[in-house]
Design a protein around this ligand. Structure first.
Ligand code: 13P
Length: 227
C-alpha cells in the first residue's frame, strides 16, 4: 500500500519539519509513505518528494526549480501531470511527457497523475478511458519507478470522492494497460479511505486536504497498514 500526502500550496518549512517529526513517530509497517510539500519546504528526508520541477539541471526558467535545486535536498521523487498543473498552469501533454522523460532519465520515482473532467465522466466509462489514455501519450508505462495516480478532476478538493463502483470500474480499466501501482486521489478522507483501499486494483491513495492534519494522515497510514 502507498499513502501519499500532497500539501499543494499549504504549509511552511517550519510546519513541514514539525509534521514529519510527528509523522515519523509511528511505524509505517509495509506502507510506503510519501509527502509532497511546497517547493519552499523541501527537506532532506526519505519521505519527501517535489510537487513540481522544470526538466532541466539549471538555467533561465524564472520561477521554476531544476535538478540542481532538488539535488541539494537529495530529492528522488516527483509528482508529474497533476490536474492543477494541467488545468490551472496550462501544462500540455507534450511538456508533461518531456518532464517525465527527464526525471525518468534521472532515476526519479514518478507519481504520475491522470484524471478526467466532469464533462468526460458524464459521457461514460469508454470516454473516460479514452481521455485517460490521452494523458499517457509519451509516457513509458513500463518504467519501474512509475506510480500512477488516478484523480478524477471533479473529485479533487470537492469533498465528494468518486463512488466506490466508479473507482473500481476505472481502476480495472487502467489496470489493463498499466501494471505498475495505481493510486486513487480525490477527496480521500478518514471516513472513506478503508473502503477505497479495499477496492481491487487500488494500490494506495494520494491525499490532498485531509493530509494537512498530521493526526488524520497518521490514522490513514494506520488504516492502510491493516489492509
Ligand atoms: P483532495 O484530497 O483535497 O481532494 O486533493 C486530491 C489531490 O489532488 C491530491 O493530489
Amino acid at each position: 500500500m502507498i499513502v501519499a500526502a500532497n500539501f499543494k500550496t499549504n504549509k511552511t518549512r517550519k510546519e513541514t519539519v514539525e509534521y514529519l517529526k510527528e509523522l515519523e513517530k509511528i511505524d509505517f509497517g509495509n506502507v510506503k509513505v510519501a509527502v509532497f510539500p511546497p517547493q519552499s519546504a523541501l527537506i532532506e528526508d526519505e519521505l519527501i518528494g517535489a510537487q513540481n520541477a522544470y526538466p532541466t539541471m539549471s538555467g533561465a526558467y524564472t520561477g521554476e526549480i531544476g535538478l540542481e535545486q532538488l539535488n541539494e535536498f537529495n530529492i528522488k521523487r516527483i509528482l508529474i501531470g497533476h490536474s492543477e498543473r494541467r488545468h490551472i498552469l496550462g501544462e500540455s501533454q507534450e511538456f508533461i511527457a518531456k518532464k517525465f522523460d527527464f526525471f525518468k532519465n534521472n532515476n526519479f520515482e514518478i507519481f504520475y497523475c491522470i484524471g478526467e473532467p466532469l464533462e468526460i465522466r458524464k459521457k461514460g466509462i469508454e470516454a473516460v478511458v479514452e481521455y485517460l489514455k490521452g494523458q499517457l501519450i509519451g509516457i513509458d508505462l513500463e518504467y519501474e519507478k512509475l506510480i500512477v495516480a488516478y484523480e478524477p478532476v471533479w473529485a479533487i478538493g470537492t469533498g465528494v470522492s468518486a463512488k466506490l463502483e466508479q473507482i473500481q470500474e476505472t481502476h480495472k480499466e487502467i489496470r489493463k494497460f498499466i501494471k505498475r501501482p495505481i493510486l486513487y486521489g480525490g477527496s480521500v478522507k478518514l471516513s472513506n479511505i478503508e473502503d477505497i483501499l479495499k477496492i481491487e486494483n487500488v494500490d494506495g491513495v494520494l491525499v490532498g486536504s485531509a493530509s494537512l492534519d498530521v493526526e488524520v494522515f497518521k490514522e490513514m497510514i494506520k488504516k492502510a497498514k491493516e489492509i
